[in-house]
Design a protein around this ligand. Sequence first.
Ligand code: NAD
Length: 315
Amino acid sequence: MTILVTGSAGFIGSHIVQKLLEKGEKIIGVDNFDMLYEPSYKLRNISEFVDNKNFIFKTIDFRNFKDVESLFKEYPITKIIHLGARAGVRPSIDDPFIYQDINVKGTLNLLELARLNKIQNFIFASSSSVYGNSKKVPFNEMDSADRPISPYAASKRAAELLCFNYSHLYNIPVSCLRFFTVYGPRQRPEMAIASFTKKIDEGKEISLYGDGDSSRDYTYIDDITDGILKALNKKFSYEIINLGNSNPIKLKYLVSLIEKELGKKAVIKFLPKQAGDVETTYADISKAQKLLEYKPSITIEEGIKRYVVWYKKNK
Ligand SMILES: NC(=O)c1ccc[n+]([C@@H]2O[C@H](COP(=O)([O-])OP(=O)(O)OC[C@H]3O[C@@H](n4cnc5c(N)ncnc54)[C@H](O)[C@@H]3O)[C@@H](O)[C@H]2O)c1
């Protein structure tokens, strides 16, 4: 069995590749070192396993159908984990076209290749952002997700709908996993935990948008990879499944945890709320528990402790 992992040099992708290699799986990793953040971070992400004999890495942009098609001609790919994307809510407001191009057209390319190659399982990385500013918490997969408030969220929802389309028309088993703010070692540098930790450590000011009372359901990377691996071993005709921690954490409390682990005080500047940001995210994970026996086990206190240990070793 050979598994294609897109976005394999990214934060979540590099962790999932590592876990699969530990299990002895053969992996084709694809990444184009997209410029959302410095490619040097991504080279570091894959450095630990790039020489593994079961890992073949290709610098390919999956918007180019022919380039990805050539992989299917060369390797016996049976499953796809599609993590590659242009991530980030705020930057999507400045450049909606690239989000559409990578996240929607790119996903369509992969679905089409899944159809042509009779792929046994397709995992798609979706996002809690599809729930928009829903006031009903926790967010359940049956809630409507037709009011996304950023181009990023809209692109993820559009890709989910294409996934349904391909599953329905061509019987491709698809799991759309809605991740809730993932954090841990190798987190994208522009995400809150990574950027706050660096700035607080360097004595630089951090900006909090709103009054610090907004909350996120932060989910530790190992819990997310555990959920992805469990979904990979199932074969649903089409399911949308939340992968979160089901415990929203206020921004102010998050900052206090980072301060504690670093032993340093944050210099905080409060700024008005930003367009595209949702007030809260909160996952109902009962479906993941039922279908995947998913059970997140890392608390925010433990996760931040682990993140800061990693940060100090790698800064
Ligand atoms: N990190 C989170 O909190 C979070 C939350 C919800 C959903 N997600 C989703 O999970 C997935 C992984 O996120 P991440 O945080 O690891 O982001 P990331 O940016 O670290 O990883 C994505 C990778 O995809 C690659 N990529 C982008 N466009 C590509 C293209 N056209 N061709 C080939 N590779 C391309 C990038 O270079 C990057 O390495 C994404 O689909 C993201 O939308 C992440």
